[in-house]
Write a protein that binds this ligand. Structure first.
Ligand code: CO
Length: 423
């Protein structure tokens, strides 16, 4: 069971080199499961007993199922589609010394720089092209071959390299693309991949990604490594649980939102009205009043699922002395007194209760009191749609590296908890 789930997760991660690919893959899974795609710019006429989804910016998705019976509240799991990476700038080709061509990139989110060096990289995302009818269309792009590499500086040229290094993205992190003979070919390559003329490309959102495939490894094959486990492991597991759950009494909602790594403040992020708009439109279309929506909201629960830091085997002192999650130890409940995580006594109890019913182990995370930690989408989403919310995640190592590590059992634990939640 765990090995087939891990293989499926590996496939999902490898096929999702950008947030646009992740959402496209989720969309295709939903379509296969007879979900009906709604458009935000059309009227919604929802029917009871049916399943739907809507995307925004092709980088966020909200799927939901309407029960046959009257709704008794909403059950929502939210995760995120984006990951820290390097984004290709406009006019990307940079000529170096009349010999090399590099690409100009900038940081997206807070990545670990070092592990991006000395490994084959490529480019994925979307381009906007003007088609022969004059319409602007989005095309997914994945240059599916080893295309780029960011070489380290040799130890002989910086003897201090192993004593701590401050990375300057503009100087240290620009990938080598080719020799000068390839000048002027990058946009051509994109055009070819988009099946369009170079002049038809009017915009792009493109990111570098690590070409290394997912690996299931360890003495008993208990670990999984790949890029983007934060947060596609949660997006994947929550989707499996969402599809398997019965969803009989409540409005079951599954969200994957973009822009978490850049503070969620985009039109499609957790700080936007996307979730609020969708939930209120569902209520309007089903003939509920605004008060009905507020009553349902008061009876609702949200699980904000974003990966958590496991105790690092070489840096055990970096974790809190009494809240120490380990890989394969179960789902992590995240706590923070200043409410960077929105878990409180009530939502912790509700989540522990769900996991108890599902027979799934729960671990706890809090930052050391002398270390500032991260934040995630739960508290941000609550500023638009306020409801009891818990912050959880699956334990992982090397968060924000282009090759992260998690436990194979934990994916299955979240699938089972999500299935129980959407009962
Ligand atoms: Co995350």
């Amino acid at each position: 069971m765990q090995s087939s789930i891990s293989k499926e997760l590996s496939q999902f991660l490898e096929n999702s080199p950008s947030c646009f690919h992740a959402i496209d893959n989720i969309k295709n899974i939903l379509l296969r499961e007879q979900f009906i795609q709604l458009q935000e710019n059309e009227k919604w006429q929802l029917r009871r007993g049916c399943r739907y989804f809507v995307t925004r910016n092709d980088s966020s998705v909200i799927a939901f199922t309407v029960p046959e019976q009257d709704i008794s509240g909403m059950r929502i799991i939210a995760s995120h589609s984006d990951s820290p990476a390097f984004k290709i700038k406009e006019n990307p080709e940079l000529e170096t010394d009349g010999h090399y061509l590099r690409l100009n990139v900038e940081g997206y989110g807070g990545m670990l720089c070092a592990p991006w060096l000395d490994r084959p990289l490529s480019v994925a995302g979307r381009v906007i092209v003007k088609d022969h009818l004059g319409r602007l269309c989005s095309r997914l792009i994945n240059i599916d071959r080893d295309l780029l590499l960011i070489p380290s500086l040799a130890i002989h040229m910086n003897r201090e390299a192993n004593s701590g290094y401050k990375y300057n993205i503009q100087k240290d992190m620009l990938p080598l693309y080719g020799s000068i003979a390839s000048k002027g070919t990058f946009m051509k390559m994109l055009a070819e991949a988009a099946d369009a003329e170079e002049t038809a490309i009017l915009g792009h959102d493109l990111f570098l990604y690590n070409r290394q495939k997912a690996s299931i490894w360890g003495a008993a094959e208990e670990f999984i490594s790949c890029g983007r486990l934060d947060d596609l492991q949660c997006a994947f597991a929550a989707l499996k649980g969402f599809l398997a759950g019965e969803k009989a009494t409540h409005l079951a909602v599954y969200c994957v939102l973009d822009s978490e790594e850049v503070s969620s403040t985009t039109k499609q992020g957790a700080a936007s009205t996307f979730l609020y708009d969708t939930l209120t439109r569902i209520h309007d279309s089903l003939g509920y009043t605004r008060e009905d929506y507020l009553i349902h909201l008061a009876d609702s629960f949200m699980i904000s699922a974003d990966n958590a830091h496991a105790v690092h085997p070489n840096h055990t002192d970096k974790s809190d002395p009494s809240n120490r999650p380990y890989l394969n130890g179960g789902i992590v409940l995240k706590f923070n007194a200043n409410q960077k995580y929105c878990t409180d006594a009530i939502s912790a109890a509700m989540f522990r209760d769900i996991c108890g019913t599902a027979g799934v182990p729960v671990q706890t995370f809090a930052n050391r009191s002398d270390m500032a930690g991260g934040s995630t989408l739960g508290s941000i989403s609550n500023t638009q749609v306020a409801l009891n919310t818990v912050d959880i995640g699956l334990p992982q190592l090397a968060m924000h590296s282009p090759y992260e590590t998690a436990g194979v059992k934990d994916t299955d634990y979240l699938i089972r908890a999500a299935m129980t939640f959407y009962c």
